[in-house]
Write a protein that binds this ligand. Structure first.
Ligand code: NAD
Length: 497
């Protein structure tokens, strides 16, 4: 019998009444490891009403009390780091080291949330007019919700609910229906850390649950991370229903190689950044732009990539795991076939990949193309697999022009020894997260995760100071105290000074 995944509603773990649960499968074997029934309309209502009640109490909790909850939670997550890593590896197929990295990146956000007091401080100014002072206070919004993707089932939920709750809100999490085991465990540990039982609700399911949250009048703010089409849908419908929405979407991240860069560093960073996590990272490098003579390194890149071997998460020598589902694998295989049909040169083809003892896994071997142009589907679509495409350009200016013409703007990187070239690149490139000799420049939580253009819809980004602004309101109070016997005439005009 497979484990049935409950939801967290009004402080209780309850199995949904839904009669057609989603099957959660091990991506290396297709074995059904759990069943996740989706939230019914009635359960969604219960969760939102409970979150609304929780907010009325929690908003009054002193800020240090909220910070201490995050300290305890951070401590518990660290104590359970190995267990969470194994659960996440089983659920997603990621290698154990990578799965533990996913958890660790989330723990760092909880650490950031533990510093909430300084992040919530407003501004004050004395004597904005004679005897008048102004102060701004930062207050919580209400019920917030988060919809997360399959590829980081620990890190991305932890981008959201700890900061929202530290700001004084209540939160409804709707994790990906493809790997809900880790988010449920994160919620269990949050309760164990002493969180008020109904401050976090966890609902399962897919599109229908998301659509109900998007239009629910009591939800004030929505955080979304996922694919482009769904991000656009969430942003459109959520804002149409007058909610605050931040929607993080897909990507096409370029790494530019200048001929003066260190070849060894370029090749190993390109391989790690394109094939790590089977390429299923929104900040994965999927396009390498070789400038000038650096194109001579492509054959050596192919030889080194060919040595990579995917495998099961318990195999410590595996470079990366399977894709999340057979559908994801078929999609990547389709794009590889399209690349060949459209005339790109396939130097390494991983579409027919097998792993001993795991004949049913969603395996794709390392794949490398050269001769790719910006018109090909390999370049236009996000592949989300261990596939790297190489484009060749003459100058750094050509590389920047190509990147800026791409609709996405999540991450990019330049490898060079030239400070001048790096300075020009970081200034001119229209991408939100830039690495100089750093292939995947994901900012730590005291900064914000700042995708641009087609990779993000909204204004305020994830974590850092921006998330605190996203999950709160600013109230500005202007104060004057009269002397007891002072009198004044009615004032009918705006003061000019
Ligand atoms: P997805 O869009 O399929 O799913 C994301 C969430 O949306 C899930 O919770 C899912 O249940 C829900 N959903 C799916 N289809 C829906 C629909 N039609 N209507 C309403 N809700 C729907 O994304 P995924 O495959 O889980 O994740 C991979 C994608 O996420 C990639 O495109 C990747 O680039 C992107 N991603 C982006 C970032 C970022 O920070 N920009 C980070 C991680 C992942």
């Amino acid at each position: 019998m497979s484990k049935v995944i409950p939801q967290l509603i009004d402080g209780e773990w309850r199995v949904s009444a839904d009669a057609e649960p989603i099957e959660i499968r091990d991506p290396a074997t297709q074995e059904v490891i759990a069943l996740a029934p989706s939230a019914t309309a009635e359960e969604i209502e219960l969760a939102v009403a409970s979150a609304q009640r929780a907010f009325q109490t929690w908003r009054e909790a002193p800020v240090p009390e909220r910070a201490r909850l995050m300290l305890r939670y951070q401590h518990l997550l660290k104590e359970h780091h190995d267990e969470l890593g194994e659960l996440l590896a089983r659920d997603t197929g990621k290698t154990l080291a990578d799965a533990k990295g996913d958890v660790w990146r989330g723990i760092e956000v909880v650490e950031h949330a533990a510093n909430i007091a300084s992040l919530l401080m407003g501004e004050t100014l004395e004597n904005v007019a004679r005897d008048i002072d102004t102060a701004s206070w930062v207050q919580p919004l209400g019920v917030c919700a988060g919809i997360t993707p399959f590829n980081f089932p620990a890190m991305i939920p932890l981008w959201m609910f700890p900061l929202a709750i530290a700001c004084g809100n209540s939160f409804i999490l709707k994790p990906s229906e493809q790997d809900p085991l880790t988010p449920n465990r994160l919620a269990e540990l949050f309760l164990e850390a002493g969180a008020p039982r109904n401050i976090l609700q966890v609902l399962h399911g897919g599109r229908e649950v998301v659509d109900a949250l998007l239009v629910h009048p009591q939800i004030r703010a929505l955080s979304f991370v996922g694919s482009v089409a769904v991000a656009q849908h969430v942003y459109r419908i959520g804002t149409q229903h007058l909610k605050r929405v931040q929607a993080f979407a897909g990507a096409k991240n370029h790494l530019v190689v200048l001929p003066d860069a260190n070849k060894e560093q370029v090749l190993s960073n390109l391989i790690g950044a394109s094939c790590g996590a089977a390429g299923q990272r929104c900040m994965a490098i999927s396009a390498a732009l070789f400038v000038g003579e650096s194109r001579q390194w492509i054959p050596e890149l192919a030889a080194r990539m060919a040595e990579l071997r995917p495998g099961h998460w318990q195999d410590a020598s595996a470079a990366y795991g399977p894709l999340i589902s057979p559908q994801a694998r078929q999609r990547v295989q389709r794009l590889i076939a399209a690349g060949k049909a459209e005339g790109a040169e396939c130097l390494l083809d991983g579409s027919d990949c097998s792993v001993a003892d795991f004949p049913d896994g969603n395996w794709v071997g390392p794949t490398l193309f050269r001769g790719v142009t910006s018109q090909m589907s390999l370049y236009r679509e996000e592949i989300f697999g261990p596939v790297l495409i190489c484009l060749e350009v003459d100058t750094l200016a050509d590389a920047i022009e190509l990147i800026n013409a791409n609709p996405y703007g999540n991450g990019t990187s330049l490898f060079t020894r030239s400070g001048g070239a790096a300075r020009h690149f970081q200034h001119a490139v229209e991408v939100g997260q830039v690495g100089i000799n750093v292939p995947i420049p994901v900012p730590l939580p005291f900064f914000s995760f700042t995708g641009w253009r087609g990779s993000f819809y909204g204004d305020l980004h994830a974590y850092g100071k921006q998330a605190v602004r996203f999950y709160s309101e600013t109230k500005t109070v202007t104060t004057r105290w009269f002397e007891d016997d002072a009198s004044s005439d009615p004032n009918l005009t705006i003061h000019l000074k």
